[in-house]
Design a binder for this molecule. Structure first.
Ligand code: AMP
Length: 215
């Protein structure tokens, strides 16, 4: 199954993509994670991406499309994939359609994770991520057993630089201006599925699987 997950930052796309990808045996492809790894390693890509990410802005389309195109050519994408955080602009969505059409395998569905802005701000302010394995927690709604320590691997939990309030507001504005129009793009072509993402993670997973017919 070839899927795109859409929704504002903090909607739970990454959490749900990780669960569904594991169950379906397909990779979760997060452009945000790819950029964060490049920033950590200070590669040329990372150095370019860093200044946009720190400002809450999008990395330019040509850079982002290039890394996704290369990633989709990898062997593990043969049976499908979940794109989490890509596309984020109409030109990215058009490029993805072109890439998949050239491979003769069109996208199956775009899933919209629908949620109110205030709920997103609350979630992002509480979000903590394991610096070692990337597991995601929330100090209000999904705290680790021991404060600051990852349940899975014991690694230290940190707040993402771009989850600070000022950057969150910039990211939400960018979402409204550049990414929200994608909902119309996928709706018009009959590929959109809408999920209420304000519910608990377990409820969202159940709704997602039912909507995709993989329950
Ligand atoms: P995320 O983890 O998906 O919230 O992404 C974190 C940051 O990485 C974003 O705020 C952007 O700066 C950058 N980024 C991730 N995905 C994309 C994309 N598809 N297009 C442009 N920039 C992106």
């Amino acid at each position: 199954m070839q899927l795109v997950f859409l929704g504002p930052p903090g909607a739970g796309k990454g959490t749900q993509a990780a669960i569904l990808a594991r169950e379906l045996g397909i990779p979760q492809i997060s452009t945000g994670d790819m950029f964060r790894a490049a920033v950590r390693d200070q590669t040329p890509l990372g150095r370019e991406a860093q200044r946009y990410m720190e400002a809450g802005q999008l990395v330019p389309d040509e850079v982002t499309i290039g890394i996704v195109e290369e990633r989709l050519r990898a062997d593990d994408c043969r049976d499908g994939f979940i794109l989490d955080g890509f596309p984020r602009t109409v030109p990215q969505a058009e490029a993805l359609d072109r890439i998949l059409a050239a491979a003769g395998r069109p996208l199956d569905r775009a899933v919209e994770f629908a949620i109110e802005e205030e709920e997103v701000v609350r979630r992002l302010a509480g979000r903590r991520t394991c610096s070692e394995c990337g597991a995601v927690y929330n100090i209000y709604t999904r705290p680790p057993r021991q404060a600051g320590v990852c349940d899975s691997c014991g690694g230290p939990l940190a707040q993402r630089e771009d989850d600070r309030e000022e950057t969150v507001r910039a990211r939400l504005a960018v979402y409204g201006q550049q990414t929200a129009p994608l909902i119309g793009y996928y709706k018009e072509s009959g590929r959109l599925v809408r999920i209420d993402a304000s519910r608990t993670p377990g409820e969202v997973t159940a709704a997602l699987k039912e909507a995709l017919g993989v329950a």
